[in-house]
Design a protein around this ligand. Structure first.
Ligand code: DQA
Length: 158
């Protein structure tokens, strides 16, 4: 996705939209390091999140990009239209200060999500620049994490 290419689908009146944001390389899930990230595709995770969110009357808008600026643009979009953000920033987690700043300007619950247990892996993965602006983090639960994240959002929204 680059500026102008992404057309949000969930903009109807009265919808409670949750932006689900996926960072670099998550489009390769299913093929990419399955021993770490599992065999489900990103589409499978989005489906699980959408399904779980629907139980709470929430609509998921999903954006995946391999480019940090696109993720920033999506967060700006969410400022006007989404009630919460669930974000798996991929490797941008560990250095993406522009994403940090964009999320800091979002007024609502933010769940940081990782398939793997990032704190138990290489030392460089233990730093998250997103964590300081997230309401909380879910990591290490694989596919279940996407459902847990939507449950957390629903609970936080009340
Ligand atoms: C990840 C963990 C990151 O360290 C990594 O760069 C990813 C995926 C996860 O979901 O476990 O791309 O965010």
């Amino acid at each position: 996705m680059s500026d102008g290419e992404w057309t949000p689908v969930s903009t109807g009146e009265g919808l409670r939209v949750v932006l689900l944001l996926s960072g670099p390389n998550l489009n390769l899930l299913g093929e990419r390091e399955p021993a770490i990230y599992g065999t489900d595709t990103l589409e499978d995770h989005v489906e699980a999140a959408t399904d779980e969110a629907a139980k709470y009357g929430l609509t998921v808008e999903h954006v995946q990009s391999n480019h940090e600026g696109d993720l920033v643009d999506a967060v700006h979009w969410a400022r006007e239209r989404a009630v919460a953000i669930v974000v798996n920033p991929g490797a941008i987690t560990h250095y993406g200060w522009s994403l940090h700043d964009a999320l800091a300007a979002f007024d609502g619950p933010i769940v940081e999500l990782h398939l793997s247990n990032t704190t138990g892996r290489e030392p460089w993965r233990r730093t998250s620049v997103v964590a300081p602006v997230a309401t909380g983090t879910i990591a290490g639960f694989g596919r279940l994490g996407y459902r847990l994240a939507m449950e957390a959002v629903a609970d936080l929204l009340g």
